[in-house]
Ligand binder design. Structure first.
Ligand SMILES: [Zn+2]
Length: 148
């Protein structure tokens, strides 16, 4: 599919709920604004806009924030258990690796999507809708069969 760069039009964001409500809706994978439309099209890809309230969700670029917060949360939840087990039983390193590496991977995989939803809700609440400083937005362009 061909791509072109278009100048971003300022996004019109409907009236927003309180920040706590928006964060919870985002974490549940729902539109942070209306709470009814879906936020994701797949595991982590955002929908272009909310199907109900047309909030411009797909223009928000969360970048590295969701993985950062996911690792932060997973580390604070699991590391105390790693240290408690090490202090109590001193298991060999291969036991730690066999238990903790898959567990960290599973916890991070389960946390990443709700954390990204909450980050997107937070960014939308802050007005970070992807058109800051007139940054161009890459959009797919449909061409007819006669176009070159
Ligand atoms: Zn919506």
């Amino acid at each position: 599919m061909p791509w072109e760069t278009q100048r971003a039009e300022p996004a019109e964001v409907p009236a927003q709920p309180p920040i706590g409500t928006a964060l919870l809706r985002g974490a549940r994978g729902r539109c942070p604004v209306c709470g009814q439309g879906h936020l994701f099209d797949g595991y982590l890809k955002l929908v272009r806009e909310c199907s109900v309230c047309h909030a411009p969700l797909g223009r928000i670029r969360a970048d590295d924030a969701p993985p950062y917060f996911t690792i932060l949360i997973a580390g604070h939840v699991l590391l105390p258990f790693v240290f408690m087990i090490e202090k109590a039983w001193h298991p060999p390193m291969w036991v730690h690796m066999t238990i903790w590496l898959p567990l960290f991977a599973i916890v991070c995989t389960l946390l990443l999507r709700p954390v990204k939803g909450a980050v997107v809700a937070w960014m939308l609440r802050l007005g970070l809708t992807g058109d800051e400083q007139g940054a161009p937005i890459v959009v797919p362009v449909r061409r007819g069969p006669g176009d070159a």
